[in-house]
Design a protein around this ligand. Structure first.
Ligand code: SF4
Ligand code: SF4
Ligand code: SF4
Ligand code: FES
Length: 507
């Protein structure tokens, strides 16, 4: 047995054990990316680095075998910085978008490409489920959203942006015509109660997300009708029955409305576990100190949302604000006093060049943006919606949820710009029989796919081509991807640590 110290814990492990495995046996988890137990190891990514305290060197723990008397550090600031640098180097020539530009520019962060794919596939109810994960009032927004997402849409430079807002409206209208509305699954029921003063967009949105968390919600409004500012929208812009339907959906979801009730915080504070002031621009909250990031106030359990904080013009921003407030209330009611915002890591590369446009168009139907034949108000019919959704270029990454490069870059707060080279590589997409997609510019050259094709006796296989920084994983002898990876497609999809090799149909 070999004796060594890892993070000051003395352990003994059999000779030939890697430092990574030795650490694991002491309950210390070291991140890995290029390491995979099922194939021969070629340490390359260095995110598993640890410090050898005796030599002062950083070593890849997945490859290095234990030695008698070793003193290994896994968790110092220095080690963390080293891993962060390793990630930033990998990101320096990584060309990919974790999330599509449309989604990034949607204040409510709606998963637009996913919605589009489901509509294109005729799965309208599932598409609405995706919309309602992030957006409480899709029917209303279908009429009054200014659609900043369409401004960012990649298809804008090719025959017009995808008609995202109309597509969202389409699934919401379909639902509103059903006998039973779609109501999302609630998380475990809580007996905590939330009082919301004001029933405009921010209040309605906060109520929806809190109901989803499992709380009960009561909305107070001094008017005889719920809706706040929405009641002033002209019939031309949005028929009144749209607001009524959306409120009915919320009622069926469990929201209680107390109209004609002018209440103050003092009136209702003792009856609720949390109170949200959502009474719009004219609210008198002068005596409250407001934290704009967390929506909290100097009174514990009292929150503010929407235009109470500062006037917000864009409807979808108000809806997003209501959701963020609901999340903050949920964090508070779950016993956490500090509500820290976290912005997930997101690789992005900007504009597509000419040849990339061609690559991206391969994934979509050509043709101009469709406008609803029966007019904007009526919206798309099934065929129009399917045709329009099929124009989406699928700009999001197929492994946005599971990519190790993204997960670790997020954890280590890596900066993609740190070592960024001036010129980025051109994106290519190689498809194999609607099973697999290979995107070389997302490859970290770990070699796992090369080993997998070798092990599975794929006659052509994948191979390293080139040298040094320009090395690439490629298909030798000008063969097709299908020939190269025939026996190994599913295994490569599963084991490629990034979105370089992914499932054609997505995650
Ligand atoms: S491969 Fe990973 S880091 Fe790159 S775009 Fe996809 S999810 Fe993001
Ligand atoms: S083409 Fe699709 S995924 Fe890309 S930005 Fe437009 S809507 Fe989003
Ligand atoms: S494509 Fe192959 S070499 Fe590149 S990251 Fe994926 S498994 Fe590794
Ligand atoms: S070098 Fe060890 S996981 Fe990549």
């Amino acid at each position: 047995m070999i004796k060594l110290k890892i993070d000051n814990i003395e352990i003994s492990v059999p000779a030939g054990t890697s430092v990574l495995k030795a650490a694991e046996s002491a309950g210390i988890v070291i991140p890995t990316m290029c390491f995979n137990e099922s194939v021969p190891n070629h340490a390359s990514c260095m995110v598993c680095a640890v410090k050898n305290n005796i030599s002062g060197e950083f070593i890849p723990s997945c490859e290095m075998k234990v030695q008698e008397g070793m003193d290994i550090i896994c968790n110092s600031n220095e080690v963390i910085e080293f891993r962060k640098d390793a990630l930033e180097l990998l990101l320096s020539d990584h060309v990919g978008d974790c999330e599509a530009p449309c989604r990034i520019s949607c204040p409510a962060f709606m998963d637009i490409p996913k919605m589009n794919r489901l509509i294109a596939n005729g799965e309208f109810v599932k598409a609405l489920e995706v919309v309602k994960e992030e957006i409480a009032l899709p029917l209303i927004l279908g009429y009054i959203c200014s659609a900043p997402c369409e401004n960012a849409c990649r298809r804008k430079q090719m025959e017009g942006a995808v008609s995202i807002c109309q597509l969202k409206k389409f699934v919401a209208i379909k639902d509103s015509e059903n006998e039973k509305y779609y109501l999302p699954q609630k998380q475990t029921k809580s007996n905590k109660k939330i009082g919301i003063i004001g029933s405009g967009m921010a209040g309605l949105s906060a109520a929806y997300h809190l109901l989803k968390y499992g709380y009960s919600c009561t909305l107070f409004d001094k008017n005889e009708k719920a809706g706040g500012r929405l009641l002033n929208v002209s019939e031309n812009e949005m028929p009144g029955k749209i607001l009524e339907t959306e409120i009915e959906i919320l009622k069926q979801f469990g929201a209680e409305f107390r109209l004609n009730s002018s209440v103050t915080i003092d009136h209702i504070k003792n009856d609720f576990d949390a109170v949200i002031i959502a009474s719009g621009e004219n609210s008198n909250v002068q005596q409250l100190q407001i934290n704009e990031d967390t929506f909290t106030t100097n009174i514990l359990g009292v929150f503010v949302t929407g235009s109470v904080i500062k006037p917000i013009k864009m409807a979808v921003k108000v809806v997003a604000n209501g959701k963020a407030t609901a999340n903050s209330v949920h964090t508070f009611l779950s016993g956490n006093t500090s509500v820290k915002k976290h912005k997930q890591f997101n690789s992005r590369f900007g504009k597509l060049n000419e040849s990339e446009i061609i690559e991206y168009l391969e994934e979509s139907k050509s043709g101009n943006r469709n406008e609803p034949l029966n007019g904007k108000h009526a919206g798309f019919n099934n065929e129009e919606a399917i045709a329009e959704a099929s124009r989406c270029l699928r700009c999001d990454c197929r492994k946005a949820e599971s990519c190790k490069l993204r997960i670790l870059s997020d954890k280590y707060e890596a900066d993609q710009q740190k070592f960024k080279s001036a010129e980025r590589k051109t994106i290519k997409k190689l498809f194999q029989n609607e099973i697999l997609v290979y995107e070389p510019e997302k490859c970290i050259k770990c070699g796992l796919c090369v080993e997998i094709t070798k092990r599975n006796k794929d006659i052509v296989g994948l191979a390293y081509v080139g040298r040094g920084f320009d090395i690439q994983i490629n298909i030798p002898f000008n063969k097709s991807l299908d020939e190269a990876i025939k026996n190994s497609a599913l295994e490569c999809i599963l084991n490629c640590p990034t979105g370089a090799i992914s499932n054609f149909k997505g995650e």
